[in-house]
Design a protein around this ligand. Sequence first.
Ligand SMILES: [Zn+2]
Length: 326
Amino acid sequence: MNSTNQIQKAEIHVHLEATITPDLCRKFAHRNKVDLPKDIFGNKYAYEWWDFYDFIKKYDLVTSVIHTPEDYRELTYAYLKECASYNVIYVEAMVSSTHAKLKGMTYDSFIEGVYDASKQAEKDFGIVSRYIMNGIRHLGADSVHNTAVEVIKNPHPCLVGFGLAGDELHFPPNLFVKTFDMLKAENIPITVHAGEWDGPENIRNAINLLHPTRLGHGVRSIEDPELVKEIIDKDIILETCPTSNIATKIYEDYKSHPVKSLFDQGVKVTVNSDDPPFFNATIQGEYKVMDDLGLNEKELTSLTHNAIKYSFCDEENKNKLLAKLN
Ligand SMILES: [Zn+2]
């Protein structure tokens, strides 16, 4: 048994706003005068929730305490510091301008908060981080489109791609074709949440209609061997989040989770913590899961290699990070 502490890690599927710890949540709530319901803090997980729709509700409540670019700076720095302590060398986190603007921040000001923390953490801990702007599908096609237009019009060195997150079941890929055709025409790298709540047909549609090079989760592709083959042939990488899927009851336990089987079949996978305190997940813990499922040190490092190679980071930094792994 190797020690997963020693393995150099990378994380490319984590929602930055959702990394907020209960301590920071209380601190921001106090600072920003937000009255939080007492029952959001839980025993089983850091935040209490009952099913997916309650999870979305609690997610909005918990993240509603983030009001200022300074909050974003503090939150980002805290998460990167924690990751660095797990020997994580690269983080690519999803952010939501929709959230920031709802709280009165401008697009530029919240990104500057994140960017300041990113630079400081790189200086302090050597950890490199980049960010993906998410469109939120359950806010509708227009909202996602407007977010994408804003990204295209306001390039920023720390913003490297566009993602689609939110309610996958009721907001399928075909609603967003125009937006993702536009992003592709602008050469913006794309990742789409698919194959978490919905099955193979939805994953196929995401691949064929939205031009992703990566899928958030994608694990339900296991239900269709032809689709698994297509994912391998098209060199699409899966950002799997085993603990998240078990917490939300998509799979019963790690043994029945498809990540190991997909890995064995030759799919390029990565492991990720998704919304860490909502599931008591850590990136360190996700590597430990793979260790427990039988991956050796070289195979565990291959997860990091996949994450960096298929990240949306510029080639120069990518090569520097990959060189660190060898
Ligand atoms: Zn996610």
